[in-house]
Design a protein around this ligand. Structure first.
Ligand SMILES: [Zn+2]
Ligand SMILES: [Zn+2]
Length: 335
């Protein structure tokens, strides 16, 4: 009995010392390591409704992501591979409580086209007869292709305000200058464009801002080492301060093929290995570990076997403990 009491007293005496020592040890560890991405702004800033998420061949599910500030119905649409099928799926999932034509005509205030490959723009072309007046934003090189190859009166009627006559003037081409931020018409958001290397084409990254929060969306891109380019390095340099300050709420980036794809058949796309190499550069430039950063993985190319391989390889290679997100068509995400 006496023994037990004595033991309890000893325990109580030494417990605070033990706890103090532990805390000191943890503080030391924390000080030593590079910090994770700071959670400076914990409130949700953006709502993203994926209308299409794959990199081929399913024409009902190709790259297109609606984005708006949380609580707003004023969306921009990042790429427009699939519109109608994605809007219907989103309504099925109760992401919207209005009819599909209202989402297309009223909620989407403008399109941002990363490059003119059909899997990023075919939804916009096919839906154009039912659409309302709005802007199509892109780099000059992208909009030139849309102007001279799609809205031509040969591939399709010219619903735009430039190019082949007569011009139906439903869409206004709005040219983005790399590195210059502009407001997105009829929304609360701003955007800045950055060129990306995508085989023979220039693709685009869009940095979307809502107040003091950002989402970075990348169209198709290859790695700098394969493309013999500096474009991703320059992009990481530009967003590194936002990552360090905890202002980058999500990074949306493609991974099209598993690691087994030979370099010569990447056609300007990323694999899990190449993505992780690129994110090492971002980690280094931002002075953070990237732990907890939302990385939305887009543009996975079928077949299913290849998609599941990509996911396994990414999850295995995620030593930085980033929050890898695999978007699903019509399922809203909030950041
Ligand atoms: Zn693509
Ligand atoms: Zn492409």
């Amino acid at each position: 009995m006496l023994h037990r009491k004595l033991l309890a007293v000893i325990c109580m005496l030494f417990l605070p010392i033990f706890v103090f020592a532990q805390r000191k040890h943890q503080a030391k560890l924390k000080h030593k390591s590079v910090s994770a991405v700071p959670a400076a702004n914990l409130s949700l800033s953006f709502r993203v409704v994926p209308l299409g998420v794959l990199g081929g061949i399913d024409e009902s599910n190709l790259s297109a992501y609606m984005i708006a500030p949380v609580g707003s119905d004023n969306y921009a649409c990042l790429d427009a591979g699939t519109l109608h099928a994605g809007i219907e799926k989103a309504i099925e999932n109760k992401a919207f409580s209005v009819r599909g034509d209202k989402v297309l005509r009223q909620y989407i205030k403008g399109y941002f086209i990363s490059h003119a490959h059909l899997d990023h723009i075919s939804g916009l072309i096919i839906n154009s007869p039912e659409d309302s007046t709005k802007n199509i934003y892109g780099l000059n090189s992208t909009l030139e292709i849309v102007k001279t190859h799609y809205f031509t009166w040969e591939s399709w009627a010219n619903f735009a305000d430039d190019g082949g006559s007569p011009q139906l003037k439903k869409y206004h081409y709005s040219v983005l200058q790399p590195g210059t931020e502009i407001p997105i018409d009829n929304t609360e958001m701003h955007v800045q464009a950055f060129p990306l290397s995508h085989s023979n084409l220039t693709s685009t990254a869009f940095l979307v801002r809502n107040k003091d929060s950002y989402v970075l969306y990348l169209g198709d891109t290859g790695a700098d080492e394969i493309e013999k380019s500096q474009n991703l390095h320059k992009l990481w340099e530009a967003v590194a301060p936002l990552v360090a300050a905890g202002k980058l709420k999500a990074l949306m980036i493609e991974v099209s093929f598993p690691n087994e794809q030979p370099d010569k058949t990447l056609f300007g796309h990323l694999t899990p290995r190449l993505l992780m190499n690129e994110l090492d550069v971002l980690a280094q430039l931002s002075g953070t570990t990237l732990k907890g950063l939302n990385v939305v993985v887009t543009h996975l190319k079928p077949p299913y076997k290849s998609i599941s391989k990509i996911k396994t390889q990414l999850n295995y290679a995620n030593k930085r403990q980033m929050n890898l997100v695999y978007p699903r068509q019509g399922k809203p995400l909030e950041f």
